[in-house]
Ligand binder design. Structure first.
Ligand code: PLP
Length: 415
């Protein structure tokens, strides 16, 4: 960091402030995590200088012998981790990975069936403002008022729509996804089954959530959420023909040179995901989310679906005066970062919402366990119980800052 301080103090100071924010606030956005210093070191490595268009041993540039080694290791580790035959580790993001799945397997205008954004799906699952809703003819399924998917209903929708591809996987769904059922639905209507496991991938890797393999034809994930690796995406499959299509869709279809430094960091992340400690981490992530749900319910809050099977909970304020937007702002003032979220039976706009999404992955990476999560969940309820009490928010912010100081994850020398 001393190079940066010396060369560009403005950016250095912003890094310092961000480190302070990440240290003193409680990060509970369900899609965020803290990665290892070793992952950050790989991301800042000399591979940032290297062009390596193509794939290992089939490059369009010279000098790729070490880049090949990096990408090969990342692929091997990814396949071992998820128990699949083929992996493309080049997507710059989860959205790029999803774009490649569609580009490789669909034609413009083909029918796509995915989870509605307002029910917990992702923009790239067919939402109209996204390429997925613009380039393809998109249809949606959702969750019931109890916050769970009804697979019989999804079957009926699929039969009526007859999509070319069915997307399963979500950004805000607290229950296990039944990939076997999705494959049955896909088979019934002759569709490709595509599982986007961006949110639960870290749990899948640890055996703490059912795997999309062997059911899905193609699987994507991000590497930075519950997997706790660098920001990026990945595509996996057991089908050689699909694997070839994915490779062409990523390069030269959608991307140019891969980010070799990020691929190196992905490989380091996968090494962590393959370790025995990872299993312990993933178990604790689930325990911590369960505690959040239990405490919120014991404090009178409506937790969508009555709890969680994964790393997140959704709290619904439907029928209450408080909105997701109000809760988000009040919790931020108290030093807790979450996000507002639409919930079943939603009556407010997506900019206001009637719910919040709270995740456990990032604070679990800081080493927080049952005791800390019970304490934090009660503080969240205290803030929500008296949402306009800014004095209370200030007091809680100080208490949580003191707690956070016992769980320091980075110091200056490691970023
Ligand atoms: N898929 C799902 C289910 C997600 O939740 C997200 C991000 O939140 C993505 C894909 C997109 O990932 P990225 O932000 O890396 O494009």
């Amino acid at each position: 960091m001393s190079f940066l301080k010396e060369y560009d103090n403005e950016i250095f100071e912003l890094c310092e402030k961000e480190l302070e924010r990440q240290t003193n606030h409680l990060e509970m956005i369900a899609s965020e995590n803290f990665t290892l210093p070793a992952v950050m070191e790989a991301m800042g490595s000399v591979f940032t200088n290297k062009y390596a268009e193509g794939y290992p041993n089939k490059r369009y540039y010279g000098g790729c012998e070490y880049a090949d080694g990096v990408e090969q290791l990342a692929i091997e580790r990814a396949c071992e981790l998820f128990g699949c035959k083929y992996a493309n580790v080049q997507p710059h993001s989860g959205s790029q990975a999803n774009a490649a799945v569609y580009a490789g397997l669909l034609k413009a205008g083909d029918k796509l069936l995915g989870m509605d954004l307002s029910h917990g799906g992702h923009l790239t699952h067919g939402s109209k403002p996204s390429f997925s809703g613009q380039n393809y003819s998109s249809f949606t399924y959702g969750v019931e008022l109890d916050g769970r998917m009804d697979y019989d209903k999804i079957m009926e929708i699929a039969k009526a729509v007859k999509p070319k591809i069915i997307v399963c996987g979500a950004s805000a769904y607290a229950r296990e996804i039944d990939f076997k059922k999705f494959r049955e639905i896909a088979d019934e209507v002759g569709a490709i089954m595509f599982a986007d496991i961006a949110h639960v991938a870290g749990l899948v890797a640890a055996g703490e959530h059912p795997s999309p393999f062997p059911h899905a034809h193609v699987v994507t994930t991000t590497t930075h959420k519950t997997l706790a690796g660098p920001r990026g995406g990945m595509i996996m499959t057991n089908d050689e023909d699909i694997a070839k299509k994915m490779n062409s869709a990523i390069f030269p279809g959608l991307q140019g040179g891969p980010l070799v430094h990020v691929i190196a960091a992905k490989a380091v992340g996968f090494k962590y995901n393959l370790s025995p400690e990872w299993k312990e981490y993933a178990k604790q992530v689930k325990t911590n989310a369960r505690i959040l749900g239990e405490v919120m319910m014991s404090r009178g809050y409506d937790v969508v679906s009555g709890g969680t099977d994964n790393h997140l909970i959704l709290v619904s304020f439907v029928g209450r005066e408080i909105s997701g937007k109000d809760a988000d702002a009040a919790l931020e003032n108290a030093g807790i970062t979450i996000n507002k979220n639409t919930v079943p039976g939603e009556t407010r706009s997506p900019f206001v919402t009637s719910g919040i999404r709270i995740g456990s992955a990032a604070l679990t990476s800081r080493g927080m366990k049952d005791k800390e999560f019970t304490f934090i969940a009660n503080k969240i309820a205290d803030v929500l119980d008296d949402i306009n009490n800014t004095k209370l928010q200030e007091t809680i912010k100080e208490e949580l800052k003191a707690l956070a100081q016992n769980f320091i994850i980075y110091n200056q020398s490691t970023y």
